[in-house]
Design a protein around this ligand. Structure first.
Ligand SMILES: C[S@@+](CC[C@H](N)C(=O)[O-])C[C@H]1O[C@@H](n2cnc3c(N)ncnc32)[C@H](O)[C@@H]1O
Ligand SMILES: Nc1c(NC[C@H](O)[C@H](O)[C@H](O)CO)[nH]c(=O)[nH]c1=O
Ligand SMILES: N[C@@H](Cc1ccc(O)cc1)C(=O)O
Ligand code: SF4
Length: 482
């Protein structure tokens, strides 16, 4: 089966597709080999010394002197990470009352790990192509955020496909229109071509910035799209968006920050240096950020640790990365899986070691997130004992993982969080996006029940949904369409 893909002009596009990647041919310069011993690396970790890449590789592989993962050594690494977590942030487990409001799935970037996107050509008013995707107008986004605000959220997170009609503002539209021939070079078509106009990035930010809700949006890849065809800097773009209401930026699009891996899984995306430049631009504009890693596909252990080094160096220079978010690759419905390049994601042991080594290696990032979307509740809780201290957010809606085949659902209530975090003997804490506002939840306080959010501008402790007082469960698959 071929990857359905159309170019910006509507023809089938000649670019790398997963069917052209032969797993047997994947040869990388970076390989997990070191001169370090596992024992020395573990001693460095336990003693709180800054880890080298070689140390990180020894820990994440449980020793390059042995094949496979050694269970005893793994436990030693997890224990060192759990102790470090306790020393850095204590026993609190945080979560945020938030909403995901993604604006559009139209995207021509063609990342081979992604099934969130739909070819943008199908969104054209006269395409006649049926597709499961969506585009929201700024007015629609505002209404969705306003409703969630009434439910008590304090944050809205928004990540989107790179819709060809998306521009930063009116000035950007003018510049892009002037470049309209040849269109391919700037990946632009005017909004009138499409059935639904997403508005400009500025309009979407202004629309989603309702009252004092914290708006977390514009990944480095989206920022690159919002400056395409211009000589604007990333800082210029983020300043313009901050002016419209943007508060912080998600450091997704990171995938693996080693170009030989990006060349295979996301050849249409910005490179590592550009990703770093975008993050620096966001922080120079006064926004703080998160950083992510998406692992468990074609990369090896050396790539994972090199990625951590890029993030640690960036944080040394900026100090603006609030949390590190490991995203375990969900393979089922992706081009990489459909074309046999991969047949699984990371194993449980790999997930545990990735979280643990992230905690130990990133000695300058306070928070490591465990994503229930990617890991489910049971493993997500286990990872809170392997170095993680944040358990993500309520989100209310999820499309990226669900479309890739993930089955852990769309929502966790405050009551779910309280019950789960209490069950592992830790302290549930509702946080603001920047972690500066925190509310410890006291289970013994009769006034604390029923549990609901209290930090958002309209939050008064009422549960977010009428039926959300139940306990944790692994909710069924989300609908593919929105
Ligand atoms: C879907 S994109 C949306 C925002 C924007 N288009 C971008 O690439 O930054 C956001 C992130 O979702 C993550 N993602 C996409 N597909 C995934 C999958 N199958 N498994 C795990 N994470 C995935 C990737 O890390 C990606 O950078
Ligand atoms: N890990 C995932 C997240 N994490 C982001 C959080 O929900 C939150 O926005 C951040 O901690 C800032 O406060 N979001 C997802 O939608 N899916 C994930 O897998
Ligand atoms: N886009 C990520 C989620 C995410 C959003 C914001 C972040 O800060 C981190 C991660 C996903 O669902 O895969
Ligand atoms: S990861 Fe982002 S840029 Fe890549 S195809 Fe998916 S939506 Fe588009």
């Amino acid at each position: 089966m071929s990857v359905p893909f159309w170019g910006w002009n509507g023809e089938e596009r000649a670019m790398t597709s997963a069917r052209e990647v032969d797993p047997a041919d994947l040869e990388f310069d970076h390989v997990p080999e070191t001169d370090q011993s596992f024992e020395n690396a573990l001693a460095n970790a336990r003693d709180g010394r800054r880890l080298s890449v070689a140390d990180g590789i020894e820990l994440i592989t449980t020793g390059t002197d042995r094949e496979g993962i050694d269970p005893e050594r793994k436990e030693a690494v997890l224990e060192a990470a759990d102790r470090r977590r306790a020393a850095v942030v204590g026993e609190e487990v945080t979560f945020v009352a938030n909403l995901n409001n993604n604006v559009t799935t139209a995207c021509n970037t063609g990342c081979l790990f992604c099934n969130f996107k739909d070819t943008a050509h199908a969104f054209e008013a006269d395409s006649g192509i049926d597709h499961p995707g969506f585009t929201k107008t700024p007015a629609e986004s505002r209404e969705i955020v306003a409703d969630a605000l009434e439910m008590g959220i304090s944050e809205v997170t928004s990540v989107s496909g790179l819709h060809p009609a998306f521009a930063l503002n009116e000035e950007h539209h003018e510049i892009l229109r002037a470049h309209a021939t040849p269109e391919r070079e700037v990946n632009y078509k005017p909004p009138a071509v499409y059935a639904t106009d997403p508005g400009t990035y500025r309009e979407q930010m202004a629309a989603m910035s309702v009252d004092d809700v914290h708006l977390h949006s514009m990944t480095p890849e989206e920022a690159a799209h919002a400056k395409r065809g211009t000589d604007w800097s990333y800082e210029d773009v983020y300043r313009e968006l901050a002016d419209a209401g943007l508060d912080s930026a998600p450091g997704t699009a990171a995938e693996i920050l080693v170009d030989e891996v990006r060349d295979v899984i996301c050849p249409g995306k910005i490179g590592t240096d550009d990703w770093v430049a975008a993050m620096e631009g966001a922080m120079a504009a006064g926004l703080d950020t998160t950083a992510t890693i998406m692992y468990g596909h074609v990369e090896n252990a050396a790539h994972r640790v090199r990625h951590l080094e890029v993030v640690r160096d960036l944080q040394d220079r900026t100090g603006g990365i609030r949390e590190f978010v490991p995203l375990s690759f969900v393979h089922e419905n992706t081009p990489l899986a459909k074309h046999g390049v991969v047949d699984s994601g990371a194993s449980d042991a790999e997930d545990e070691l990735l979280i643990a080594v992230s905690r130990l290696f990133l000695d300058n990032v306070d928070h490591v997130q465990s994503s229930w979307v990617k890991y489910g509740d049971a493993k997500g809780l286990k990872l809170l004992n392997c170095g993680a201290d944040d358990f993500m957010g309520t989100i209310l809606s999820e499309e990226i993982t669900a479309r890739a085949g993930g089955e852990y659902g769309q929502f966790r209530s405050v009551a779910d969080y309280v019950e789960m975090i209490d069950a592992i003997g830790r302290v549930p804490v509702e946080r603001s996006t920047d972690y500066r506002t925190r509310r410890r939840i006291d289970l013994d306080d009769p006034d604390a029940k029923p549990f609901g959010p209290t930090i958002g501008p309209r939050a008064d402790g009422t549960p977010m949904l009428p039926d959300d007082a139940g306990g944790p469960d692994e909710r069924g698959p989300a609908p593919a369409d929105d």
